[in-house]
Design a binder for this molecule. Structure first.
Ligand code: SF4
Length: 228
């Protein structure tokens, strides 16, 4: 359950009984409670979802195939297969700003703040990304107004930049993260240097930011398409 999403109430007819009440405005429709089988009386059920509430489940339930990207989850196929597609070449970074986490969540008005700040820098958002699909004006980072109050487990704003723009983008992340009501983490996707070094590591460390390096190796299940 997301933090603060449930509270207890007493049965008015039988005060010795208490029951859970789910705050539907805080629920992100992840379906973890349903799949866990945590309710012994099967009182939990999945109500029919209608737009714009459907967006909660699309972004929050890891088993839901997103209707626009046709893959489960909040990122893109590209982020998961880049060792094969070779899209991320030396001298360029894939960037992903992730708003929210399990137990915290994010609302799209905060996602829009990040998107607007990036759009003002001329950033071109990843085409096949679920957040981009919700934008009504990508040049301004504007998201469909009817979803702005919807809450999801997390949402990822995704784009590519030339490597030299990284300091500028990180400055924006630092500034906007002060204005939003959830947690933000930044992903940088790149190839390692010829010597195996991580090209952006110094930029992160000099800002006293936490740096977690995750490697991905091609193990021969797909032929790399790029060698540059
Ligand atoms: S669907 Fe997810 S967020 Fe909603 S009550 Fe169940 S566990 Fe909590």
């Amino acid at each position: 359950m997301l933090g603060g999403i449930m509270h207890f109430e007493r049965d008015r007819k039988n005060p010795t009984r208490i029951f859970y009440v789910i705050d539907e405005d805080e629920c992100v429709e992840c379906s973890v409670c349903l799949r866990s089988g945590c309710c012994p009386t099967e009182a939990l059920y999945q109500p029919e979802l209608v737009w714009p509430r459907t967006v909660r489940k699309n972004f929050s339930d890891p088993l839901k195939i997103h209707p626009e990207t046709r893959i489960p989850g909040r990122g893109t196929e590209e982020m998961k297969t880049n060792e094969v597609t070779g899209r991320y070449r030396r001298g360029a970074y894939g960037m992903a700003f992730e708003l929210g986490r399990p137990g915290v969540g994010a609302r799209f008005h905060d996602v829009q703040k990040v998107a607007r700040a990036l759009a003002a820098l001329g950033i071109v958002f990843e085409e096949n990304n679920p957040v981009t699909k919700l934008m009504v004006d990508r040049t301004k980072g504007l998201i469909k107004p009817e979803v702005l109050d919807e809450k999801v487990l997390s949402a990822i704003v995704e784009f590519m930049i030339p490597a030299e723009r990284l300091p500028q983008i990180l400055d924006v992340l630092d500034r906007v993260s002060q204005e939003i009501d959830t947690v933000v983490s930044g992903d940088i996707i790149s190839r390692v240097g010829e010597d195996g070094s991580v090209p952006y590591a110094n930029e992160i460390l000099k800002r006293n930011r936490f740096l977690s390096i995750n490697g991905k190796s091609n193990v021969g299940l797909g032929r790399p398409l790029a060698n540059v």
